[in-house]
Design a protein. Structure first.
Length: 475
């Protein structure tokens, strides 16, 4: 029987905050245990630094610099994905995720037979009346303004009800309740129970993505004070902390983030444990990784005056280095790979596994050629960053990095406009800068042929999608 395919994307989980990679907090005990009987790629890098670009590369095997899918609303040609290819080979395919960037602001779900998520967002009880969605960035000050506008709106009672509903929605924290792995792992397992033939699925779990709101069971390092500070922080997430006043909060929120990783790790354990109980884990290609990392105010190695906030810019290790643990069908013994690896190899690895007649799975995620990472997320820094942010021009892309295996070590060559940096990286926690005149980035990226056929145009984002993206800190 053909092997099954399972891709688990632990959204926003950076390698350096996993105990799998030696982090001081035990954030990933289950992933670490799973790696003992799988292949652990210690030097894996995401193709890009945000969900849309990385998923496009993971699904198609095309570099970000070639497909150009980098903005919200960008559409993919579903036929170019490995999921469409698997469907033609007789696989049932499914996508399970609350990530609106993948399924709503873009059309990546069109490549799958079944799509679950995100859940329907809360709507105003009285859509025709004034509502909080009509006031930008509701906070304690604008709540008073909302009260005044409601009274003078012509529909005061209905407008006030809309406001009360919004307040209740925030208090219940529906995002954390309905959009965690606690919802989507069972959804997948229910779907899996009905499969009779080979299946291929992608689970994108958003527990570690902003907002960092782990259940109390997993919030081992944050606590009520940090949770309160987090709730009281308003505004577009990627720009709020660059005003200078709040950066200390962002650094403190890493403790909440760690708890959220621990929560995602627990959901992963339930997922893999159930597949093992059902007797299907051994016959499945399982790929556990992340689409990008996360920044908590660290300076960019390439541009030290640039501070990392979520995953909006730079090609620093905090946002490029991701965990990658792969269990090939029939694999029982663990293996560790130190060479540079890339998620862009996912389609090639899938084909190698399902086409193998003798169990040969020698093709891995560590290619002989260089590993590429690129982003052009911030196009107009003056428009997207606050006035208080110094050196705004240094945030703009393109940011590019090339990883190579030289003399038994990982070499990283990064460049942004006129700035360049060469580093030797023995692991996820250490790196040293070296002098190097060779322009590896330019020569490598110049050899990348554009592949515009992967893209299928753009789509307009409706107000509900924009509201969801605001919840995730994108707008």
């Amino acid at each position: 029987m053909a092997p099954n395919v399972l891709l688990v994307v632990l959204d926003s989980v950076r390698a350096r905050n996993t105990s799998l990679h030696g982090y001081r907090r035990e954030t990933t005990p289950n992933l670490t245990a799973f790696a003992e009987r799988a292949t652990d790629y210690r030097q894996a890098r995401a193709p890009g630094i945000h969900s849309l670009a990385s998923h496009a590369s993971i699904f198609t095997g095309v570099h970000v610099a070639a497909h150009g899918l980098t903005t919200h609303g960008a559409k993919i040609d579903p036929s170019r994905t490995v999921w469409a290819e698997l469907g033609e080979r007789g696989y049932d395919t499914g996508l399970f995720t609350p990530n609106a960037v993948i399924t709503r602001s873009s059309n990546f779900g069109d490549a799958f037979d079944t799509v679950v998520g995100p859940k329907d967002r809360r709507s105003d009880p009285f859509p025709d009346a004034f509502s909080p969605s009509d006031v930008e960035n509701i906070n304690d000050t604008t709540k008073l303004e909302y009260l005044r506008l409601s009274v003078t709106s012509g529909t005061p009672l209905r407008s006030l009800v809309n406001g009360a509903a919004e307040l209740a929605y925030d208090t219940l924290d529906r995002f954390a309740i309905d959009e965690s792995g606690a919802t989507y792992v069972p959804e997948f397992l229910d779907w899996h129970a009905d499969r009779e033939g080979p299946w291929a699925a992608c689970l994108n779990l958003m527990d570690a993505h902003y907002p960092y709101r782990p259940d109390e069971e997993f919030d081992r390092w944050g606590g009520s004070t940090l949770r309160r500070l987090h709730r009281e922080t308003h505004g577009p997430y990627s720009t709020t902390f660059l005003s200078g006043e709040y950066l200390w909060k962002l650094r403190a929120f890493e403790a909440l983030y760690d708890g959220a990783i621990r929560q995602a790790d627990a959901h992963l354990d339930r997922l893999l444990g159930t597949l093992a109980e059902r007797g299907e884990l051994d016959d499945t290609l399982v790929v556990v990784t992340s689409d990008h990392g996360e920044g908590f105010g660290e300076p960019s190695e390439l541009e030290p005056t640039v501070e990392l906030v979520d995953h909006s810019w730079s090609v620093s290790e905090a946002v490029t280095h991701v965990p990658l643990v792969v269990k090939y069908p029939g694999q029982q013994a663990g293996k560790s790979v130190d060479r540079p690896a890339t998620l862009t190899r996912f389609p090639a690895v899938v084909r190698s596994v399902i086409d193998s007649d003798d169990g040969d799975t020698s093709l891995g995620f560590d290619p002989d050629e260089p590993v590429l990472v690129s982003t052009e997320r911030v196009q107009s820094p003056d428009d997207e960053l606050p006035d208080a942010c110094s050196n705004r021009d240094r945030y703009g892309g393109p940011w590019r990095a090339v990883y190579e295996w030289r003399d038994g070590a990982v070499w990283k060559f990064s460049r942004r406009h006129g700035s360049a940096l060469t580093q030797v990286i023995p692991n996820g926690l250490e790196r040293r800068t070296v002098d190097h005149d060779e322009n590896v980035v330019a020569s490598t990226f110049d050899a990348v042929d554009p592949d515009p056929t992967v893209a299928a145009g753009d789509q307009v984002l409706d107000s509900d999608v924009q509201s969801h993206l605001k919840e995730l800190g994108y707008l």
